[in-house]
Design a protein around this ligand. Structure first.
Ligand SMILES: *[C@@H]1O[C@H](CO)[C@@H](O)[C@H](O)[C@H]1NC(C)=O
Ligand SMILES: *[C@@H]1O[C@H](CO)[C@@H](O)[C@H](O)[C@H]1NC(C)=O
Ligand SMILES: *[C@@H]1O[C@H](CO)[C@@H](O)[C@H](O)[C@H]1NC(C)=O
Ligand SMILES: *[C@@H]1O[C@H](CO)[C@@H](O)[C@H](O)[C@H]1NC(C)=O
Ligand SMILES: *[C@@H]1O[C@H](CO)[C@@H](O)[C@H](O)[C@H]1NC(C)=O
Ligand SMILES: *[C@@H]1O[C@H](CO)[C@@H](O)[C@H](O)[C@H]1NC(C)=O
Length: 457
């Protein structure tokens, strides 16, 4: 991490055509323009919307389209609010940590004063730990600045909404098709920017919350990270071996409070606990094979079947707990991934990015971590995190960054409340870890630090 690096802001400007001809490169008289430059002089990401001059008004009165546009901007506002909430949540954690850090520092000084003569070994150890933590303080400062920038971004989008509303009232219609496509492209870029802001490196895992106690020792459960707003349907698969019935609970609350569910019968039984529900389909490893199946819940049909060539299966390269857990499918901010091991890579973990439509491998990475000695693994923002075991004291201790094809050893505690974790997966929408722990379905929150350099945008 680079404590000194500047964080980017996202800026939206709505400018009326008459005032800004010299500010911007293209011809503002023709239509609306949306510019997204990588950065301004302070390294911030700038998006600029230019309205056409009033004389270009075509008086089409296509107010419906403008309404849609407004809605889109409102939707963007909502997304930003979600981002804001997450950032605020992380911020609370950061502030707490900072207090602890400063408290420790003060305490240590006192101890040092009182024991000037006999500085015991343990004090030296504390001092070393302090020195190690000291560089965190500027990082935390940066983080707080980041949270402020998200707030600013939120306000800018609110301002854009207001401006569009005023336009609607005062000026009637423009070339809305053009405007529409420009705003769509702006939306896309903003989403990309926001995704970057929402991503980061795992720095902490909360204590678990037990959502439900049900099923056998092994299983998996999840929500769909691409489900529409308000859809919190829970998908539940008990057992790792030769089962094919997936339970659907109407909502997280239903899941917690009741045993009211719908059952889906898959055309083939599954192996392991590596299934994932993504955009309305379940992706699973077909029993005793290296075949991945995409099954659409809405139509109850297989939409794609694909062999994962060279992947070990049927306990060739399971996770430490066994259970035919050879092929683990997962989703992060960047899409769908498969984690498995091959003979070619000597039983070490291989990570493949998959196309969610045709299940073709887009790119693969070979790691140096033996699959059989991994407890579980999960992907966050393109980094694979591996735990050291499934029972007893558990921690996340190995991270493989696909962005740079590098790995590092880390040490992040993971409380293993019921002593047998047979499934652990990240959900990028909730920014939470879903786990199946000895017949208990538990959730953990994660804290991600996101220091972004402007050139990444
Ligand atoms: C805004 O979001 C709602 C709910 O997710 C969706 O139904 C609607 O189509 C979205 N509007 C636009 C213009 O994207
Ligand atoms: C949003 O608009 C208000 C009122 O016009 C203005 O005071 C504020 O500075 C604007 N915010 C940003 C971030 O541009
Ligand atoms: C890759 O991602 C990790 C963690 O998110 C980050 O620390 C690292 O700087 C990134 N490396 C490159 C080359 O972008
Ligand atoms: C059970 O769930 C179904 C939908 O999954 C719903 O239609 C039904 O009303 C629920 N029944 C009870 C008793 O909650
Ligand atoms: C999700 O599925 C819909 C169709 O059901 C598709 O239009 C959309 O592109 C999919 N999104 C992703 C990210 O795969
Ligand atoms: C995660 O954080 C949210 C928001 O602060 C909170 O409502 C939820 O209970 C937390 N979940 C866990 C597992 O700690």
């Amino acid at each position: 991490m680079q404590p000194g690096s500047k964080l980017p802001a996202l800026i939206l400007l709505v400018l009326m055509g008459t005032e800004l001809t010299q500010v911007l490169p293209a011809n503002p008289e023709e239509s609306w323009q949306v510019y997204s430059s990588a950065q301004d002089s302070e390294g911030r990401c700038v998006c600029t919307v230019v309205a056409p001059q009033q004389t270009m008004c075509s008086r089409d009165a296509r107010t419906k389209q403008l309404r849609q546009l407004l809605e889109k901007v409102q939707n963007m506002t909502q997304s930003i609010q979600v981002l804001d909430q997450r950032t605020q949540r992380d911020l609370q954690y950061v502030v707490k940590m900072e207090d602890q850090l400063r408290g420790l520092e003060t305490k240590f000084r006192q101890v040092e004063e009182n024991h000037k003569q006999n500085l015991a070994k343990q004090y030296k150890a504390i001092k070393a730990k302090m020195a190690e933590l000291q560089p965190l303080i500027p990082v935390l400062e940066e983080y707080k600045a980041d949270a402020r920038l998200v707030l600013q971004f939120k306000q800018e989008v609110q301002n854009l909404t207001t401006s569009l509303g005023l336009l609607q009232q005062e000026m009637g219609a423009y070339d809305y098709d053009e405007l529409h496509s420009r705003v769509s492209s702006l939306e896309e870029r903003l989403r990309a920017c926001m995704q970057k802001l929402a991503c980061g490196k795992l720095t902490g895992i909360s204590e678990p919350i037990t959502i439900k106690t049900s099923g056998s020792r092994f299983g998996s459960w999840m929500t769909d990270p691409l489900a529409p707003e308000g859809d919190t349907r829970v998908w539940y698969m008990d057992g790792y071996h030769n089962n094919r019935f997936v339970r659907e609970y109407r909502s997280m609350v239903d899941f917690m409070m009741s045993d009211n569910f719908t059952s889906h019968r898959l055309p083939h039984p599954w192996s392991g606990t590596g299934q994932v529900v993504y955009n309305g389909s379940i992706y699973f490893n077909k029993f005793q094979s290296h075949v991945i199946i995409k099954f659409d819940f809405k139509t109850s049909t297989i939409s794609k079947t694909q062999r994962l060539d060279s992947a070990g299966f049927s306990n060739a390269y399971h996770y430490a707990w066994g259970g035919h857990s050879d092929i683990d499918l997962m989703v992060d901010e960047g899409g769908l991934w498969a984690v498995y091991a091959t003979n070619q890579n000597a039983g070490n973990i291989v990570i493949s990015k998959l196309n969610p439509i045709n299940l073709q491998i887009i790119k693969s990475w070979t790691t140096n971590h033996p699959k059989r000695s991994a407890g579980e693994s999960f992907m966050i923002c393109g980094t694979l995190y591996v735990t050291n075991g499934y029972s007893g004291g558990t921690k996340v201790y190995y991270a493989y960054h696909t962005n740079s094809s590098t790995y590092e050893y880390i040490d992040i505690a993971l409380q293993n409340k019921y002593s047998h974790i047979s499934m652990l997966d990240y959900n990028p929408r909730d920014r939470a870890l879903y786990a199946w722990n000895n017949g208990h379905q538990v959730l953990y929150n994660v804290t991600l630090f996101h220091l972004i350099r402007s050139e990444e945008l």
